[in-house]
Design a protein around this ligand. Structure first.
Ligand SMILES: [Zn+2]
Length: 290
């Protein structure tokens, strides 16, 4: 049972050792404490306490600053508040300008499909009044076998000129021409997609191509979207994302400021304790370990 006796002796020695602040853990090596050994432990302990005192003084400075009327946190919060105001003003300013002159609306002439061949390359003919426009599928030979892209339709005969009203503005006339070409090509594609899926394509008339956007007066596309307004909506979304980010940062700074203020009494107490421990070691003549 000698191990038990040894163990009890060690436990007793451990309890008899002088306690030096929080450094009692230093002498649990099982060796009987030597004077030099304790001295070293105390010197290391003093070095740590001095380091801690420095850290706490820095924290104290920050906590005291946080209680001043103007400080680094309130400055940042003001900056962020100004950025929020600016973003809100920018957002307010983004309104699609109404088109200065009313846009022409076309007649309610039905658009019919007269010739549709699904075989590659697919062809489709759209008839609108006296106009007859033929499209054919643009086959990208490089993509064949992959079928990664939706086939593009190319207009091979006919145009929208017969559908164009007489307009005074050449600019507006050109705009309408492009809009019609684009819209009819999209419709031809829709018809092909519906046919491939075995469903009926939506019935459509020429007037459906020039329905006005209630917000800006521009032409809506066939899915009731206005490309003009969509651009503004996108800008608005960008600003909303910025606003979200700025508000989040401001809330974080406010939280940090409150935390700094709350910490002041805690830091003061910790500093007093640390200094008292330093004082005790100094009184014993301990010099900090280098
Ligand atoms: Zn619009």
């Amino acid at each position: 049972m000698s191990w038990l006796r040894n163990w009890l002796n060690r436990a007793k020695q451990s309890a008899d050792e002088p306690q030096t602040g929080s450094q009692s853990g230093e002498t649990q090596s099982g060796e009987p404490p030597q004077g030099g050994h304790i001295r070293d432990a105390e010197r290391r302990s003093l070095r740590r306490l001095l380091k801690r005192e420095g850290d706490l003084l820095y924290d104290l400075q920050r906590a005291e600053e946080s209680l001043e009327a103007e400080n680094q946190w309130t400055e940042r919060i003001e900056q962020l508040n100004r950025a929020i105001e600016q973003a809100l003003a920018d957002r307010e300013a983004i309104e699609p300008a109404p088109h200065p002159e009313p846009r022409p609306q076309l007649e309610n002439i039905p658009i019919t499909v007269t010739d549709l061949q699904e075989a590659e390359p697919a062809t489709i003919t759209l008839n609108i009044g006296a106009a007859s426009i033929v499209y054919t599928e643009e086959i990208d030979w490089a993509e064949r076998g992959h079928q990664v892209t939706i086939p593009e339709l190319r207009r091979v005969s006919g145009d929208v000129d017969q559908l164009m009203p007489k307009l005074e503005s050449e600019e507006l006339s050109q705009e309408l021409r492009e809009h019609l070409r684009h819209s009819l090509a999209i419709y031809a594609n829709q018809v092909l997609e519906h046919t491939a899926a075995g469903s009926d394509p939506p019935a459509i008339a020429l007037a459906d191509m020039t329905r006005p956007c209630p917000r800006c007066g521009g032409w809506l596309d066939q899915k009731n979207r206005c490309p003009h307004c969509a651009g503004f909506d996108w800008k608005r979304q960008q600003i909303d994302q910025d606003l979200h980010r700025i508000r989040k940062e401001r809330d974080d700074v406010i939280q940090d400021l409150e935390r700094q203020r709350d910490r002041l009494p805690v830091i003061q107490r910790q500093l007093a304790e640390t200094r008292s421990d330093i004082e005790k070691l100094r009184e014993k003549g301990v010099e900090p370990a280098t």
